[in-house]
Design a protein around this ligand. Structure first.
Ligand code: PMP
Length: 341
């Protein structure tokens, strides 16, 4: 077999559980509420390439993100954009720093391009000490620092003043704030893009908009930075159907706030219920809860009952549970109740 390049050869292919389920709480997908009746296809020309600049989509996104269309570049999910950006900025051996645990794909994207991933441990309670990150960044001089806020999988929300401190103190690195779940918390740094030229904010329609299947993500930065990184955008990366569907979904952004408020309430009630069942539940700003179960093998036992959650094995076993609908939460709690007895 012809060998892949060295940095890629050692990688494991991304594994996605393909199990039968009655309730899917493993991937933090949102509910299907914006396009539940499908979307209109008229004046549809599949023979032509899509708008490579996704002008209409970016215009509509800019209203939700409270910036200009010129501040936005879109991609096939924020995953594609994070990969492209790491690849574009990092020479082989250059460092990318982030807290650990965090979104596991940062490490994968580093491996793909031969960048070195440097993890800074979170505290015992999974909170993130920004001074520690700043000190490490000063020592290691990474090309990129990524903070996932709220953090996946722990749910920890970095206060805005910590992010400002990071931006003020680490000016020679690209600072990526991954706000995949920011719609479910109170904090965003999009309003700082014109102050910090080295700040890139990642957003996605996969979570709060419930549109994971469309694969639409965005990088938001000041106009000069977006113009600069536009050269790494894969031409025509966002297919015509995704652009079309996302544009129509964004005509209903008034529904997004209602949805995220509902999820926040359900997050609190699920947290209360799980704590009553002796779970340790970490504070979360996302559409998920990071928990430590009082029973062993929670993941396997729930899977057998058709309830999919995610398992994380660090020094101990933890689980991440997506906040879905009230009915789905109920099924989850019933199944956990049966396990606990
Ligand atoms: N960032 C974080 C923190 C995520 O959890 C995810 C998806 N799980 C992504 C980025 C990628 O999202 P997408 O590619 O669907 O936009």
């Amino acid at each position: 077999m012809i060998k892949l390049k060295e940095s890629v050869e050692k990688l494991q292919a991304y594994f996605v559980n393909d199990l039968p389920y009655k309730v899917k709480l493993d991937a933090n997908e949102g509910s299907n509420y914006l396009l539940k009746d499908g979307f209109k296809i008229d004046n549809f020309k599949a023979n032509l390439y899509p708008d490579s600049d996704s002008k209409i989509l970016r215009e509509k996104m800019s209203k939700y993100y409270k910036c200009k269309a010129e501040n936005i570049m879109v991609g096939n999910g924020s995953s594609e954009l994070i990969n492209t950006i790491i690849n574009a900025y990092c020479e082989k051996g250059e460092k990318v720093m982030s807290f650990i645990p965090s979104f596991s794909m940062y490490q994968t994207y580093c491996d793909l391009c031969g960048a070195e991933y440097v993890g800074v441990e979170t505290e015992m309670d999974f909170s993130q000490n920004i001074d520690k990150l700043i000190d490490e960044a000063k020592k290691e001089n990474p090309k990129i620092v990524i903070v996932c806020n709220p953090n996946n999988p722990t749910g920890y929300v970095t206060p805005k003043e910590d992010l400002v401190k990071l931006l003020d103190n680490v000016q020679n690195s690209l600072i990526i704030i991954d706000e995949a779940y920011a719609d479910f918390s109170e904090i965003s740094v999009i309003d700082l893009i014109n102050k910090y030229e080295n700040l890139l904010v990642m957003r996605t329609l996969s979570k709060a908009f419930g549109l994971a299947g469309l694969r639409v993500g965005a990088v938001i930065a000041n106009e000069k930075t977006i113009k600069y990184i536009w050269k790494v955008k894969v031409p025509y990366n966002l297919n015509i159907l995704s652009q079309y569907a996302a544009e129509q979904a964004l005509d209903n952004i008034d529904k997004v706030k209602d949805y995220t408020n509902r999820v926040k309430k359900l997050r609190q009630s699920l947290k209360d219920s799980l704590e009553e069942l002796n779970f340790t539940v970490y504070p979360s700003g996302g559409n998920f809860l990071f928990v430590k179960s009082p029973v062993d093998n929670l993941f396997e036992n729930l899977m057998e009952q058709g309830v999919l959650i995610r398992e994380f094995r660090y020094d101990e076993v933890y689980n991440r549970i997506t906040i879905a609908t009230e009915e789905e939460n109920k099924i989850l709690l019933e199944e956990i109740g049966k396990l606990i007895g």
